[in-house]
Write a protein that binds this ligand. Structure first.
Ligand SMILES: Nc1nc2c(ncn2[C@@H]2O[C@H](COP(=O)(O)OP(=O)(O)OP(=O)(O)O)[C@@H](O)[C@H]2O)c(=O)[nH]1
Ligand SMILES: [Zn+2]
Length: 201
């Protein structure tokens, strides 16, 4: 997996060069080991680039159910692809099983984490999670909502402290059947297609 794909020595060297180029005196500041630590950290933060999701759907269960399933408030952290600053928050998933195919709840938390382990946009992360549930699990309908804080909106740029960004996507049957979509939003405690009732952890 990651170990085979990541050239840690090269990453460390580049990190040393980068920090020196932006004016950090690594020796004087006692940061000798920082390039190595940072290289290993980014390998970990981006580990999802080198893994697929087949294992997650290997143990799908079949139950006599066609009711909506919601997994709410899955905390996640990811890295903004524009600035390499973190964005983090909670993911909320609702799906309608096809032919009783359901996955263990823990699978959804692992799926969110894996999709987040790469440079991301919040909108793409939302779509990545939904596509996996639709295709990997074969769900009939999927709603995914992500509620986040983007450090690149607060530490730089707009300096818009306290801003929360909410993204959503609806797939399959939820897109075709408005009543079903409404039910899915209601599973998240939401009645007006906004995100006021969805709280960050
Ligand atoms: N839609 C979306 N925008 C993002 C995301 N992450 C970062 N951004 C925004 O992408 C923009 C790209 O950054 P820059 O090209 O540096 O933009 P800027 O001119 O500095 O703009 P501001 O940051 O808005 O002042 C910024 O507005 C970020 O807030 C994301 O996940 N989704
Ligand atoms: Zn950014």
């Amino acid at each position: 997996m990651t170990e085979d794909k990541v050239d840690l020595a090269r990453a460390e060297c580049a990190m040393r060069e980068f920090l020196t180029a932006v004016g950090v005196d690594l020796a004087a500041q006692g940061m000798e080991e920082t390039p190595a630590r940072a290289a290993a950290l980014y390998a970990e933060l981006f580990a999802g680039l080198h893994t697929d999701t087949q294992d997650l759907w290997a143990d799908v269960l079949t139950e006599k159910t066609d009711g909506l399933v919601a997994v709410r408030s899955i905390s996640f952290h990811s890295i903004c692809e524009h600035h390499l600053l973190p964005f983090f928050g909670t993911a909320h998933i609702v799906y309608r099983p096809h032919a009783g195919r359901v996955a263990g709840f823990g699978v959804f938390a692992r799926l969110v984490a894996r999709m987040a382990q790469r440079p991301q946009l919040q909108e793409r992360l939302t779509e990545d999670i939904a596509r996996e549930i639709e295709q990997g699990l074969g769900a009939e309908g999927v709603l995914v909502v992500l509620d986040a804080r983007q450090l690149c909106m607060t530490m730089r740029g707009a300096h818009a402290h306290g801003t929360r960004t909410t993204t959503s996507t609806c797939r399959g049957g939820f897109r075709e059947d408005k009543m079903m979509e409404l039910q899915a939003w209601q599973m998240l405690g939401e009645r007006n297609h906004g995100a006021e009732n969805i709280s960050l952890s």
